[in-house]
Design a protein around this ligand. Structure first.
Ligand code: OGA
Ligand code: NI
Length: 352
């Protein structure tokens, strides 16, 4: 890849723009008319992504999750077994990090080589339009990539809290993988096995969306599907922002306190041979409230080609995707930034 060691132009922290008090946003953040958030979408209606209670009868949960993954690619889970106190603490320490002075954050500035650290853009195209958000990206698994030294040292409880939080989320993801497998009527360990078993991977991206003086002109995160396996998202309990594509509309997710938002990402769409959908989503920003979200990306082992699971290929439904390793796959997003679903579409064996 020609992802050089440096960004194509100086990095501007969105938080600095926000704190400058300017009433207008720089041209780089203004989206073309058709891409701007539209206040008259289904956002005000009662439609929302399904909510699944994981403490109910397991067969019921399996069916509810499977139907959400087929219809929406998204659902919220409640009674998921992760301590809400730990969840709130994780959000609080990361919010405190973003509120540290710039001198504390800048030493962690990231580069497009690994993306690890404090960042403000995705993709390396010079002059590209930018999103209204900063983030912190770190590796959780495999152990060989995990290095707490690359995680912020301040506030001092950030490292132990992030460590505990991410361990809990790995457990939750492995449990969800069993539920997803059963919903496909394959062996309960099958998806996890296809992810490389104990060699499964995980990363965390903490997104920080500062207040924006012109929220109607921009987005916190452009439309994209997540490249990995499955995403477990923890959002602000009260500040909305995430929108999910449903047919031609954008549906705003109504956060349920203490829940997680789960979405299928591209690699599970591929393994399930298109039964479970990796759905496009985007983030709106606000002029009155900043927003923090924690996206935990649960991913397959990265050096092994992934293709539809053999049991899900039939003569009526041949393999819809070509095999590719996750290492190769994620280079696309690292270079091109967020581009809707164009990447997983390019793996399709029959283009439509
Ligand atoms: C992501 C993402 C949504 C949000 O980080 O991939 O889609 O609400 N985040 O911040
Ligand atoms: Ni996403």
């Amino acid at each position: 890849m020609d992802c050089s060691l440096a960004w194509p132009e100086p990095v501007v922290r969105v938080q600095s723009l926000s704190e400058s008090g300017a009433h207008t946003i720089p041209a780089r953040y203004i989206k073309p008319l058709n891409d701007r958030p539209c206040p008259t979408t289904m956002s005000d209606s009662n439609v929302s992504i399904p909510v699944v209670d994981l403490s109910v009868d397991p067969e019921h949960a399996i069916q509810a999750v499977a139907s959400a993954c087929r219809e929406w690619g998204f659902f919220q889970v409640v009674n998921h077994g992760v301590d809400p106190v730990l969840m709130r603490h994780a959000r609080d320490v990361w919010r405190a990090f973003f509120h540290e002075p710039m001198e504390v954050k800048q030493p962690y500035a990231n580069s497009p080589k690994t993306y690890e650290g404090y960042g403000s853009r995705l993709g390396i195209e010079k002059g590209a339009l930018l999103d209204w958000g900063d983030y912190y990206y770190l590796h959780v698994r495999p152990a060989s990539l995990r290095s707490q030294k690359k995680w912020p040292a301040l506030p001092s409880s950030l490292r132990p809290t992030t460590d505990e939080y991410t361990q809990e989320l790995v457990k939750l993801c492995r449990r969800l993988m069993q539920i997803l497998s059963k919903g496909l009527r394959i062996k309960e360990g099958r998806l996890h096995e296809a992810f490389g078993g104990e060699e499964d991977g995980a990363c965390l991206r903490v997104n920080f969306y500062p207040k924006c003086p012109q929220p109607d002109l921009t987005l916190g995160l452009s439309p994209h599907s997540d490249p990995g396996g499955m995403t477990v998202l923890l959002v602000d309990d009260h500040v909305k922002g995430l929108q999910v594509r449903k047919a031609d509309a954008w549906v705003t997710v109504q956060p349920v306190p203490d829940s997680f938002i789960i979405n299928i990402a591209d690699q599970i769409e591929v393994l399930s041979n298109g039964v479970y959908k990796s759905v496009e989503h985007r983030v709106m920003v606000s002029s009155t409230a900043e927003r923090l979200s924690m996206a935990f990306f649960y991913n397959p082992r990265s050096d092994m080609p992934l293709a539809p699971i053999a049991e899900l290929i039939t003569s009526e439904r041949p393999a819809l995707y070509q095999p590719m390793t996750y290492d190769e796959y994620r280079l696309y997003i690292r270079k091109n930034g967020l581009k809707g679903k164009t990447q997983v579409e390019s793996l399709k064996t029959v283009q439509n």
